[in-house]
Design a binder for this molecule. Structure first.
Ligand code: SF4
Length: 719
């Protein structure tokens, strides 16, 4: 047997960004343990992180991994094994021909928050710099684009101002739209520890469902789905009335408060309590705790973001922090949590259809010119690209003809699955770049490009608190797989040749060279990392941004000086108004359905679904209903029911629960078509949970409302 060795890496699941030490014998990964030196987790791991080695077993790798390129000659034919060179030549020619014939916006890229920052950077340069289209978006659109828009509209830049250390300084932690105990377990462990050590610390949780996080709260607000803006405006109304706002701070460091003040005057405690479906006394208590505390910290995630009012929800919460000066000091601030391991890195390199590198805006001509200069291209297109849902609508409409999907599974994760699958069938060419051949999206691939995955890659990721970690491969990659950045530049150089470019825009030979170019793009920006290098990250460990040239460390906390990255240095209040969910319940569809994470699964289960012990917490999908609704409909726990929305239907067993109100239902988001019998509204297809969800999205962030759909629930007839 070869020597055992240990390599430092990060967990590839959630945005906490825990450090892991991976044990291997040179041929296979034999174990993992938490990295005691990593500042994100100090040695702790949750159930998912501590079973990572089981997802890398040689047997599973052989069964589930995409190990060589495949291509099919027609939609009726099976994909056959092909060579890398022939495949990349073919797709480069198809791209060149399509762009020549139909223009650059006839191609699109749909990528992933699972990619490393270096992969993200070259994908963006390929699309926006070489192919000439901003049609590049990412599955991070489904998890945090409302947080991006909320930060930008209020604070001037997409930068979470707080850090994990703030859990130790807070007097109030306000968790809203986040089941932190399940979705970010190691952050939750830190909060539990802070509560043990800090007798003053109180926890308020607002969530339509009494989750395990809500059960632990000192004050639980069971708000109705989608009513968050009313709640935050109502809390601000009470803070104004009681004199808990900071007039000096508002005058010196913000603008736009008078207009907001006029709006929140309407949000009386009576109106808000009724709109949100909570007790007035609880609302008053929440506002008092938040407004009177020396340090209030808000944690939030998909409950705010995945909404047709996602940006307004984020902005309304930030308004509350600004008005009460609960920002820019230890233990205080609005702190959005990222879902995926590198959603933050993707934001840094402008990995969305409306952004450019280093938090620049596509709509800003100066920003486009700066990036064009850095990349050595004449210009970057000004026309905004299609965002996630829009992209698949454009494919279905025949506007986008060639679609490249990397490291994500839209045939399961996007709302309104029938729309997505019709789009994938309509596209002239679907390229899927993936480590796993088992995803629903791979079934639609005309070309499958086998990519490397966790344990095989080198590069950087950034976690929720702006902390960058660099890691190296643990094991050599399977022979015919390639790294994501390598696939992009191998393709890009071919496309450059076909487009008549004689000097390549992609001269990189390793991830460090890509990262160095990304670093240069941040010079002078709010996220400046020009003082960092791969060497510093290796020698001194993970670091937070900003970390400009000359700095000896990154910044834990932003805006402590009250200066914001806006034109005049002042933060801006947004005049937020409550709007109901996009699809209200009615007599035919009377249940409010929400979806969310389960404790031990991750996204579409490509990886966690291979580990038997991760099914011990939830072994099968189920729809959670209140006992009141079950009694009314004579449904018993375990009975099968049809859950039906205007878009599709599923048959699921019922789980009885006291944790959900009458008139509401909950389904775990992870279950794909192999676990759930889902159908489109025409009775056709085989879909997972997202057969039911709707594609309505927030007008500012374009993030879909995955958190709410109107459904009916009827007992299934036994044959
Ligand atoms: Fe991985 Fe997140 Fe668990 Fe940490 S908390 S071990 S990053 S899944």
């Amino acid at each position: 047997m070869s020597d055992l060795r240990e390599t430092k890496a990060t967990c590839c699941y959630c945005g906490v960004g825990c450090g892991v030490i991976v044990q291997s014998d040179g041929e296979k990964i034999t174990g993992v343990r938490g990295d005691p030196d990593h500042p994100s987790n100090f040695g702790r791991l949750c159930t998912k992180g501590s079973t990572l080695h089981l997802t890398a077993s040689p047997v599973l790798q052989q069964q589930a991994r995409a190990l060589y390129p495949e291509m099919r000659v027609s939609r009726d034919a099976p994909r056959e094994r092909v060579s890398w060179d022939g495949t990349l030549d073919f797709i480069a020619k198809k791209f060149a021909d399509t762009i020549r014939e139909h223009g650059p916006d006839s191609v699109g890229f749909y990528i992933s928050g699972q990619l490393l920052t270096e992969d993200y950077y070259v994908f963006n340069k390929l699309s926006k710099g070489l192919a000439g289209t901003n049609n590049i978006d990412t599955n991070s659109r489904l998890c945090m684009s409302s947080a991006v828009a909320g930060y930008k509209q209020t604070l001037g830049a997409d930068a979470p101002p707080a850090c994990y250390e703030d859990f130790d300084h807070a007097e109030v932690i306000f968790i809203v739209g986040s089941n932190t105990a399940y979705a970010h377990p190691i952050i939750y462990r830190r909060i539990e520890e802070a509560r043990k050590n800090n007798r003053v610390l109180k926890m308020i949780v607002a969530d339509p469902r009494r989750t395990d996080t809500a059960r632990d709260a000192d004050l639980y607000l069971p708000i109705l789905p989608g009513t968050d803006v009313a709640l935050f405006n109502g809390m601000l109304h009470i803070c104004l009335w009681e004199g808990w706002i900071d007039d000096d701070y508002i005058r010196a460091h913000t603008e736009g408060f008078d207009e907001l003040k006029r709006t929140v005057r309407e949000y009386t405690p009576e109106f808000v309590a009724e709109t949100c479906g909570i007790g007035k006394d609880d609302l008053l208590k929440a506002a008092r705790w938040f407004g009177e505390s020396k340090a209030s910290l808000s944690l939030y995630c998909q409950g705010l973001n995945q909404s047709s009012s996602g940006t307004a929800k984020n902005a309304a919460l930030i308004n509350l922090h600004l008005a009460t000066h609960q920002i820019g000091k230890p233990g205080a601030g609005p702190f959005s949590l990222t879902g995926q391991p590198n959603a933050m890195g993707g934001r840094e390199v402008g990995g969305l259809a409306n952004l450019l590198s280093a938090h620049r805006d596509m709509a800003n001509a100066e920003h486009r010119a700066e990036i064009a200069r850095l990349w050595g291209v004449d210009d970057v297109p000004a026309k905004p690209g299609k965002t996630a849902v829009e992209m698949f609508e454009a494919v279905r409409a025949g506007e986008i003809k060639v679609l490249w999907i990397a490291c994500t599974n839209p045939a399961q994760s996007l709302p309104d699955q029938r729309l997505v699958r019709e789009a994938l069938e309509k596209a002239e060419l679907v390229i899927v770049q993936e480590a796993y051949k088992t995803t629903a999206t791979v079934d639609y691939a005309d070309v499958l490009l086998p990519a490397t995955t966790w344990g095989e890659k080198e590069g950087t990721v950034t976690n929720s608190e702006r902390r960058i970690t660099r890691f190296k491969p643990v094991l050599p990659k399977p022979a015919e797989t390639r790294h994501d950045w390598e696939i992009v530049i191998d393709f890009a150089r071919r496309l450059e040749a076909l487009m008549g470019r004689d000097k390549t825009l992609f001269p990189y030979t390793n991830p460090e060279e890509i990262w160095n170019e990304h670093r240069e793009s941040t010079r002078g920006r709010d996220l400046d990392i020009t003082g960092l290098s791969y060497r510093i990250l290796e020698e001194q460990g993970p670091q937070q941004w900003p970390f400009p040239e000359g700095a000896s460390e990154g910044k834990k906390r932003l805006y402590e000086d009250g200066v914001f990255p806006t034109a005049n240095g002042k933060a801006k209040f947004v005049n937020t108004v409550y709007r109901p969910v996009a699809e209200p319940v009615d007599a035919r569809y009377p249940f409010r359905l929400t979806t969310g994470r389960q404790r031990d699964q991750w996204h579409g289960m490509s990886r966690t679904g291979t580990v038997a012990q991760l099914f011990s917490h939830a072994s099968e999908p189920a729809v959670m209903m209140s006992k009141i609704d079950m009694d009314r409909r004579m449904i018993a726990a375990g009975d099968l029911v049809h859950v039906t929305s205007k878009r599709g239907s599923q048959i699921l067993p019922v789980a009885a629960s006291d944790d959900i109100r009458a008139g509401q239902a909950f389904i775990g988001m992870h279950w794909g078509e192999e676990y759930v019998s889902g159908r489109g509204s025409d009775g056709k297809g085989t879909f997972g949970v997202n057969a039911l969800t709707l594609p309505a999205f927030c007008p500012s962030s374009k993030q879909p409302e995955l958190k709410h759909a109107a459904v009916k629930i009827l007992k299934a007839e036994l044959p």
